[in-house]
Design a protein around this ligand. Structure first.
Ligand SMILES: Nc1nc2c(c(=O)[nH]1)N[C@H]1C(S)=C(S)[C@@H](COP(=O)(O)OP(=O)(O)OC[C@H]3O[C@@H](n4cnc5c(=O)[nH]c(N)nc54)[C@H](O)[C@@H]3O)O[C@H]1N2
Ligand SMILES: Nc1nc2c(c(=O)[nH]1)N[C@H]1C(S)=C(S)[C@@H](COP(=O)(O)OP(=O)(O)OC[C@H]3O[C@@H](n4cnc5c(=O)[nH]c(N)nc54)[C@H](O)[C@@H]3O)O[C@H]1N2
Ligand SMILES: [Mo]
Length: 774
């Protein structure tokens, strides 16, 4: 029997906005990017504050942009503008002068605020003081820091076991705050540390750790500047990593080719008008992708195998010229079995499964054939699938055949999301810590850390619903809206005795809460963090393993904010009291002291305080980058992995749906209602469909529809979307995250990484039926 669950009312709007369509773009950035960036910053922060901040963003000695994790150039940074449109929008969000005072919360009940859409909620301003929602309360009210900490500590100390609390982390938290946070959580006694990485590049971490011995990418930015071919799979850099386009342009200028693999023709993969060059400002476009493979959703495994098979055929024709036999012999195991496995497939079948004509796959193989310096980049289009881990291992197979790893101009480049998500994990924010990491904590601090693995994101949501958790604590993020199965997650959160969010801005996650709820306002990356009269700096790790300092420049909008590190230290003191063996005051007073301890606990941070003060920071060690593989179980070699093709059988009325980001959002923060490159303006509740599918199903362009998912025994529904005909493979659709997270089933996850399959949700599309919500 199907059990119907209702989404929170706010997920079911009754009206649409005023949608306008334009032709999708074939290039990214240019003048519109410059104007958009400035307009947003000036509107939110004003000219003086806005320009002050923009001037320091991503500059050596300035602050690290809190948007994506793309690295800063080691050398030639633009002296005035080392940022992109979306970095500027991220800055506008946090540098805004609007603030939420006690008066705001007195005037707006939680129920009133929940009626706003995510865009409206975000635009309200920065949270200016701690607020508390008592049991049965209707409004958040201001509360002192001491009392807030006491309420949280009392709840934590009343639990039957520390494992009844869970501690989420989003990816902006600095290395210093991450380190003290995990230390507190482990001294308190649990490994329940879900993080945004569980929904993001977890598949990458698992796949790479198992195959090349380190869960991180192997390239540096300089590798992009002198390479033969760059493959970009399941990533939309024009929107999500715009500064990557500058690196791609440089690569192209130096003779490299680009292959894009994506079900959608993304503007930022096709062309780039670099706004920092005269050419770009004059409107001259650099063509990016030389070959665009419009793969079907999740056709990547078949496509990779097809490319490998054609390379193998070429190798058989001209032995010793295509594959790097020396590298294969020295560094891999399982080569013969792998080739035997490829023999199993017919190229035509693989092409059909990929949705790409053989002719184009041959073109890709020809581009790769005589090259040994290939960089493969990927992001969510690869990781958020049931077989995400397997597909990434297939990317490793390809790199191994060509010997494209461990040398300049070649390697693996998972492009991370949040600006310090990679650093969070390095700092031990992990629900499955390794024994040797825990041993080290014990050796340095003398307490016995919990050994049992904790809950990741999906396990946390299930445990909440099963009554196994009572306290939910979030260091940033928007757990409600970012996670799958929104209605089910909401039910879980509402079962908590206490929910706590350390946040900069208000979001929907604060409005769906436990019996009691607290919001602790914190400093953002661009804010000055003054401790003991001195402006402090924090440190972050970017997508390429560079540790850099970041120092805020703006006066905080309220003097009632605390830094994340101080919040952790105070909470630890109040919660653990005299039981604690850690000197929290020392950490609260000095980030240098935190860094000294990181150096003692985490490998690669020798001389941390000294090296991080050098302009540009330092690289963490990465053996795979040097061509050394720390895979003991395979004799320090990289295994060729054999994976099967996924088997997708859809009924006539079923479609695959991927959930993607628009150009005007940062995850659940909605900067604006446009998706300019895809030609969408002033609406987010849209579904991109192939014209043939629209016709076959008897729908019309612009028709209003409801979307359903029937995974397991539940009906999940997202109401009121508009059909937009789009160049997308038949049977495939795309919608924006987080509006359709309500359709992502909690129990549809990637094998091994447990990442929700946000890029493949099976849906049915039906005519819109207005609901009488009253
Ligand atoms: N401005 C801005 N910057 C951001 C973010 C943001 O929201 N806004 N988010 C940050 C975060 S946390 C992350 S993780 C990254 C995300 O960066 P991306 O991974 O680039 O983001 P997504 O929009 O999820 O889309 C991924 C791409 O995958 C494609 N795709 C979907 N399904 C498939 C598939 O089956 N196969 C292939 N080959 N492609 C597929 C989509 O068409 C889309 O182009 O960006 C980071 N940077
Ligand atoms: N359907 C679907 N779901 C997805 C994805 C998808 O592609 N499709 N992508 C997934 C991915 S890749 C990720 S990373 C997650 C993102 O999940 P999260 O990281 O949980 O979500 P964000 O929207 O980035 O969090 C935004 C909130 O963080 C707070 N914040 C901002 N800056 C700071 C700060 O400096 N400190 C603190 N303490 N708080 C701050 C603000 O209150 C803001 O409202 O979502 C995942 N969910
Ligand atoms: Mo992410």
């Amino acid at each position: 029997m199907s059990k119907k669950i209702n989404a929170p009312a706010e997920e079911n709007p009754e009206e649409l906005l005023d949608l306008k369509l334009t032709k999708p773009k074939t290039w990214a950035a240019g003048i519109p990017a410059v104007t958009e960036a400035l307009v947003d910053v000036l509107k939110e922060a004003g000219p003086v504050r806005g320009m002050e901040a923009l001037f320091h963003m991503n500059q050596k000695g300035g602050f690290d942009c809190s948007s994506c994790a793309w690295p800063d150039p080691d050398d030639d940074r633009s002296p005035i503008a080392e940022y992109c449109e979306n970095g500027a929008k991220a800055l506008a969000e946090e540098a805004t002068t609007k603030k939420l005072t006690g008066e705001f919360f007195a005037q707006n009940s939680v129920a009133d605020l929940a009626k706003l859409n995510d865009y409206e909620i975000g635009k309200k301003g920065r949270i200016a003081q701690p607020v508390y929602l008592p049991k049965g309360g209707t409004h958040y009210t201001p509360i002192g820091w001491d009392l807030a900490f006491k309420i949280i500590a009392d709840h934590l100390n009343e639990l039957a076991s520390p494992n009844e609390a869970t501690f989420y982390t989003s990816g902006r938290t600095s290395n210093e705050a991450s380190f003290t946070y995990q230390l507190f959580v482990r001294e308190f006694g649990t490994n329940n540390m879900p993080d945004c990485s569980n929904m993001c590049h977890e598949s990458t971490g698992v796949a790479l750790a198992e195959s090349i011995g380190i869960g991180k990418g192997t390239v540096t930015l300089n590798d992009f500047y002198d390479t033969d071919v760059i493959i970009i799979m399941g990533q939309n850099p024009g929107t999500n990593h715009p500064r990557m386009l500058t690196a791609l342009q440089k690569a192209k200028d130096n003779g490299s080719k680009i292959i894009a693999i994506n079900p959608l023709f993304e503007a930022g993969l096709m062309g780039f008008k670099n706004p920092q060059t005269v050419k770009g400002l004059m409107g001259i476009t650099t063509q990016l992708a030389d070959l665009y493979l419009q793969v079907k959703i999740n056709g990547d495994m078949a496509l990779l195998k097809a490319i490998e098979k054609l390379l193998y055929t070429a190798e058989l024709e001209n032995p010793g010229t295509v594959f790097d036999h020396q590298h294969i012999k020295n560094n891999t195991v399982g080569y013969t079995e792998f080739l035997r496995h490829l023999d199993k497939y017919k190229i035509d079948d693989l092409a059909v499964a990929a949705g790409v004509p053989v002719r184009q796959i041959q073109e890709a193989a020809d581009m790769l054939k005589n090259k040994s310096r290939i960089i493969v980049c990927w992001a969510m289009g690869v990781t958020q699938h049931v077989n995400g881990v397997a597909t990434i291992k297939e990317i490793v197979n390809l790199a191994m055949l060509n010997g494209s790893i461990g040398k300049p101009g070649a390697g693996l480049c998972p492009v991370r999301g949040h600006s310090n998500v990679q650093g969070n994990r390095t700092m031990l924010i992990y629900d499955k810590p390794f024994e040797k990491q825990l041993d080290k904590l014990k050796e340095v601090y003398g307490f016995e850390p919990p050994r049992e693995h904790g809950y990741d994101v999906v396990e946390t949501i299930n445990a909440m619903n099963e009554g196994k958790l009572k306290v939910f604590f979030a260091m940033g993020g928007n757990f409600l809206s970012a996670t799958p199965d929104t209605a089910y997650t909401a039910e879980g959160l509402r079962k908590m005795k206490l929910t706590v969010n350390v946040s900069t801005k208000l979001n929907r996650g604060h409005l769906v809460h436990g019996e009691e709820s607290i919001i602790l306002p914190t400093l953002a990356r661009s804010d000055k963090d003054v401790v003991g009269g001195e402006v402090q700096f924090i440190t972050c790790e970017n997508s390429m393993g560079v540790i850099q300092s970041s120092k805020g420049v703006l006066s905080p909008i309220s003097d009632n904010l605390m830094s994340e590190n101080q919040i952790v230290c105070e909470l630890a003191k109040v919660t653990l009291g005299s039981k604690s063996v850690v000197n929290w005051d020392r950490f609260a007073k000095s980030y240098d002291a935190v860094r000294d301890d990181i150096e003692k606990v985490i490998p690669g941070f020798d001389d941390y305080n000294k090296r991080v003060r050098k302009p540009g920071g330092f690289y963490l060690p990465n053996a795979a980058r040097e061509g050394k593989f720390e895979t003991k179980e395979f004799g320090n070699k990289v295994p060729f992995t054999i994976s099967e093709l996924p088997d997708h059988k859809l009924a006539d009325d079923q479609y695959m749906m991927c959930t993607i980001r628009s150009h005007d959002q940062f995850n659940t923060t909605i900067y604006g209602l446009n998706d300019r490159y895809r030609g969408i303006h002033n609406e987010r509740r849209i579904i991109f469909m192939n014209r043939n599918d629209i016709q076959k199903a008897g729908f019309k362009e612009g028709e209003k529809v409801d979307l359903f998912n029937y995974h397991g025994d539940k009906e999940r529904v997202a109401r009121l979307f508009v059909i937009i005909p789009y160049n997308i493979p038949e049977g495939n659709t795309a919608t924006y995250y987080p509006e359709t997270n309500v359709l992502v089933p909690i129990d549809s996850v990637a094998e091994k990484s447990n990442t929700p399959t946000s890029k493949l949700v099976i849906i049915k599309i039906k005519k819109y039926v207005p609901q009488n919500l009253n």
